[in-house]
Design a protein around this ligand. Structure first.
Ligand code: EZ4
Ligand code: CO
Length: 410
């Protein structure tokens, strides 16, 4: 029997921070797991190094479910983003190992491909209408068939989701976590936002027609009533989804939003457990599950969430922002391919420097992602190159109401 011989936590920062768990077996097989928690990276490093790695040594790497339960129930302290990111990294690394040992891509181990590829959506944004249109055209030129639209709001400064530099042919580069000792502060005014966003979608539909799949992220900052107003006002523009319309931890509040609008709702990128979704799923208050493999306990745990959602005709829309490392993105793509109730996959291409550290085998063509057929996840990590990029503190912004400076949801 092979055993786990080493569990190492690798830190790199090729433009942004990534934490990767590397597990090595006594047979010399290695597996990778993404443990990146944007803005709180080193907490997961400590959890893995101090409290998980020592427990893994000598265990059978093929006992994926047993290891998950051992780390989850064995900790006594359940759930939470740090714990679940750490457990996710172990789970994904063990699936990677199983794939390599059996010579199968992970999606084959999950039941095989249910589709030829995963429909992906990209992020377009602009500080005004012309720059937004440029950004959308950029995405269409790259083959995207589904596009998330975010814009500046008149009267507000930097707001969530708007890249400052959107030139034709350039990679979309929006990274909310800024490298600095303190978080950047942004200003917010819900009424200005609610007035402006429907005019943006009207302009986009006018320019690009009824066919293009459009999405929008309200990023947790609306009250239940504001969310209902926005959902209603966007109905004429036929969105694929409105994401994170309210802070998701208040599940019951989605009853109010749901009863007021037919705009499809997506939620859950900050969730880390099936229990965060319990009311949302059983009452069918959402249409899409937004979790990331890396933040919701790994492939094993997210597969259970999405199977639970399937019973209620709820689909996947897994988180795929650039703070999900290429390892985490590959894990999502294998799941996307295998599950029946796939909806859409978020896709922001990583920087050149990131893709030199992480050699991926997934592909993007004609708007669809495919994880490839390399055994395991299909990602290799260049440790020598990675070691040249030291960790740098970076924080997600803090949001304050423009009216009186009180802290608001970001
Ligand atoms: O703000 O991943 O839908 N995507 C998002 C992201 C999140 C970041 C936080 O780390 O909301 O841009
Ligand atoms: Co989001």
């Amino acid at each position: 029997m092979s055993t786990i011989e080493r569990a190492e936590v690798l830190i790199t920062s090729p433009g942004r921070n990534f934490i990767t768990l590397k597990i090595t077996t006594s047979d010399g097989v290695t597996g990778l797991g993404d443990a990146t928690l944007n803005g709180r990276e080193l907490s997961v490093v400590a959890y893995l190094r101090e409290h998980i790695a020592p427990l893994l040594i000598g265990r059978d790497p093929h006992l994926i479910e047993d290891t998950w339960q051992y780390l989850y129930r064995g900790a006594y302290w359940r759930r939470g983003p740090v714990t679940m990111a750490a457990i996710a990294a172990v789970d994904v690394a063990l699936w990677d190992i199983l794939g390599k040992v059996t010579g199968q891509p992970v999606h084959q181990l999950l039941g095989g491909a249910s589709r030829t590829g995963a429909l992906a959506y990209g992020h377009a944004s602009g500080s005004d209408t012309p720059s937004l249109f440029t950004s959308i055209r950029n995405h269409l030129d790259q083959g995207f068939r589904a596009i998330r639209v975010q814009t500046a709001v008149p009267g507000l400064g930097q707001v969530y989701g708007v890249a400052t530099n959107q030139k034709p042919g350039q990679r979309y580069d929006y990274e909310p976590a800024k490298r600095a000792a303190l978080p950047v502060e942004e200003g917010w005014d819900g009424r200005a936002y609610l007035r402006h966003i429907p005019t943006v979608f009207a302009a986009v539909r006018e320019e690009f027609g009824p066919d293009l799949t459009l999405l929008h992220d309200a990023h947790h900052r609306l009250s239940p009533n504001e969310a209902a107003i926005l959902g209603k006002s966007l109905e004429p523009y036929d969105l694929f989804w409105l994401e994170d319309c309210t802070p998701g931890e208040n599940q019951e509040t989605l009853r109010r939003v749901r009863s007021q609008t037919t705009t499809p709702l997506a939620i859950g990128e900050v969730f880390n457990s099936v229990y965060d979704y319990q009311t949302l799923i059983t009452e069918q208050l959402i249409d899409y599950v937004r979790s990331a493999v890396a933040h919701a306990g790994g492939i094993s745990a997210l597969k259970k969430i999405i199977d639970f959602a399937a019973i209620y005709q709820i689909k996947s829309g897994f988180h795929g922002a650039t703070d999900i490392s290429p390892v985490g993105q590959a894990a999502a793509l294998h799941l996307d391919l295998a599950i029946h109730n796939f909806g859409i996959q978020e896709y922001m291409k990583h920087s050149e420097a990131t893709l030199e550290v992480f050699k991926t085998s997934y592909t993007f063509k004609n708007g669809f992602l495919h994880p490839g057929t390399t055994p395991g996840l299909g990602v290799e990590y260049d440790e020598d190159l990675a070691a040249r990029f030291d960790y740098m503190p970076a924080y997600l912004p803090v949001n304050r109401l423009q009216l009186d400076g009180s802290v608001h949801d970001w």
